[in-house]
Design a protein around this ligand. Structure first.
Ligand SMILES: Nc1ncnc2c1ncn2[C@@H]1O[C@H](COP(=O)(O)OP(=O)(O)OP(=O)(O)O)[C@@H](O)[C@H]1O
Length: 523
């Protein structure tokens, strides 16, 4: 500062650079001090806003990515609540920043930080305050100079002459640049005033700031509704003459409607009565999950008036669903550990239904997860469960941790079936990550509490827990061929088990046989 001041004084008053830094520096320092005194903690506010916006956007992304899982669980309402809360939290925070209170009030009463008041202060007080002060400052020589000043070099060395030169030096520093082109129109002090005015405005303008908040953009689509399944009189689940096909766009808009997709499975019919468990098997991509989508009401059954689906009553009863689907990919909802088990119910619904934590502990025990509440810090612990239960919370994520995580999430999905106790559970390859013995115990436990299973699986070892087997075979020329067979008595199933065991033993020897063949080839 001292150095700058000295340098400014020694400069000839007529040059532009001679006095520009002096008043600009003074303005900047004063402005900074005032702004520092009144500036709310925008850093902290921005961090909170970014966190809330992140939570909301992550929620929207998650629902978009895992929409099928949410639809299978009938969790649309629950997800809507979660997203609405996240959105309202964000809006409340943004509104608190823009709430029109006075900054001085904020400073005195320690109110929440208010951006709009700050911006008003910045734009309308500080900016114009300094403009007005600047105008006054540069008008001083015009209004108060006692002697007539000349623009030329002063040769007078008398006492009066030196006094005059000092006056001119002070006045000159505030006058500014003199443009010779404008001399015919304005006297020099007025020109200098105009010039300084521009200089002040542009320098103050240059110090201004712009703050923007980008609001999240939500884009939602309405999908056509699938027809309601008819209620079966005997509580069975029945499909009659249904073509299973990827739904075409039948939103009613003729310009966008397309030709129906070819059927994956044609003219499918089966009936699952209570305790007559069905297993659906077949190669990858043949249409097993597609059948689950029709059963769950996500895809409309095709084949016009011939097709019909009869479901047990209360299939979509939110509080006590008679049909519960566990999708292939385990879905973890945002919320507490308790929320994971009771999904898609809310905590309020859990309490209203008279369910208890003791009950949940028993459920976790059945699902081999009794250790979880203690390990994770209690039932109400909130975490990003998707990461926590996939081993992702570990700093060094090992393959084992990831595998353990998948198993835990699988078991958690099955714990939901124990909690909701539906009449029918559609299990879409949801146990492929767990070992056969754990899988077996879970199946037996589900059957013991009266759940009828509709299992989609490629594992022949699961056949023994079912009474019917629907096999889909890929057909390159058209829809998959399907056959429905009875699984057989316990004795018959034992025979199948023995055959599977012997085949597995033979398969274990394949490597040694291949090695032997290679040896013989090399001879
Ligand atoms: N929404 C969709 N849009 C377009 N094609 C789809 C859609 N859903 C499924 N398909 C296709 O329909 C076919 C059957 O899919 P589906 O998921 O029923 O197979 P899957 O038998 O369950 O296979 P996997 O054992 O691998 O799960 C597949 O070729 C798949 O690519």
């Amino acid at each position: 500062m001292g150095w700058e001041f000295e340098w400014i004084i020694r400069k000839p008053p007529q040059t532009f650079t001679g006095y520009y830094p002096l008043h600009l520096t003074a303005i900047k320092i004063s402005r900074l001090r005032i702004l520092r005194a009144v500036t709310p903690a925008f850093g902290r506010l921005a961090a909170v806003e970014a966190r809330l916006e992140g939570e909301y956007r992550r929620g929207v992304g998650r629902v978009g990515r895992e929409s099928e899982e949410v639809a299978f669980y009938d969790g649309g309402g629950r997800e809507k609540d979660i997203l609405t809360h996240a959105y309202l939290r964000l809006i409340k925070h943004v509104n608190s920043i823009y709430k029109p209170f006075c900054v001085v009030f904020h400073a005195v009463a320690s109110q929440p930080m208010i951006r709009i008041a700050y911006e008003w202060t910045e734009d309308y007080v500080i900016k114009y305050l300094w403009s007005a002060a600047g105008y006054g400052l540069i008008a001083v020589p015009i209004l108060f100079t006692r002697t007539k000043r000349s623009l030329g070099v002063q040769a007078d060395t008398s006492v009066a002459g030196r006094e005059k030169i000092r006056d001119d030096a002070v006045a000159g520093r505030t006058e500014g640049v003199f443009s010779i082109d404008l001399l015919p129109f304005y006297p020099p002090p007025v020109l200098a005033y105009i010039s300084n005015r521009r200089l002040l405005l542009s320098s103050i303008g240059a110090c201004g700031s712009h703050n923007e908040v980008v609001y999240p953009n939500i884009d939602l689509h309405n999908l056509p509704k699938t027809p309601e399944a008819q209620i079966s009189s005997d509580g069975s689940f029945e499909i009659r003459n249904v073509d299973v096909a990827i739904p075409s766009n039948n939103s009613g808009d003729s310009s966008t409607s397309s030709t129906p997709a070819p059927a994956l499975v044609q003219d499918l019919s089966f009936i699952v009565k209570p305790s007559q468990h069905l297993m659906i098997t077949g190669s990858n991509g043949v249409g097993k999950t597609a059948i689950a989508r029709v059963l769950a009401g996500l895809w409309a059954p095709q084949n016009g008036a011939f097709a019909s689906v009869h479901a047990p009553s209360g299939a979509h009863d939110h509080m006590k669903p008679s049909v519960f689907v566990v999708p292939q990919r385990a879905y973890m909802v945002v919320g507490s550990l308790l929320d994971q088990v009771i999904y898609p119910h809310t905590y309020l619904e859990f309490v209203k239904a008279g369910r208890t934590l003791e009950e949940l502990e028993e459920i976790l025990e059945m699902a081999f997860l009794a250790y979880l509440p203690e390990r994770e810090g209690g039932w109400m612990t909130k975490k990003e469960w998707r990461d926590v239960l996939s081993g992702g919370e570990k700093q060094r994520v090992s393959v084992l941790a990831v595998l353990v995580g998948i198993v835990v999430r699988t078991l958690m999905s099955l714990a939901r079936v124990f909690y909701h106790r539906p009449k029918y559970a559609i299990l879409d390859e949801c146990t492929s990550a767990v070992s056969s013995d754990v899988e077996g115990q879970m199946y037996e436990a589900l059957k013991a509490i009266g759940v009828t299973l509709i299992t989609i699986s490629l594992r022949p070892s699961l056949t023994k827990y079912h009474t019917q087997l629907l096999t889909l075979n890929l057909d390159s020329s058209g829809p998959a061929q399907w056959t429905l067979s009875r699984v057989g008595t316990a004795e018959e199933r034992m025979g199948i088990d023995r055959e599977i065991k012997s085949l597995e033993e033979k398969l274990a020897d394949v490597e040694s046989w291949e090695a032997r063949v290679k040896e013989l080839d090399d001879c």
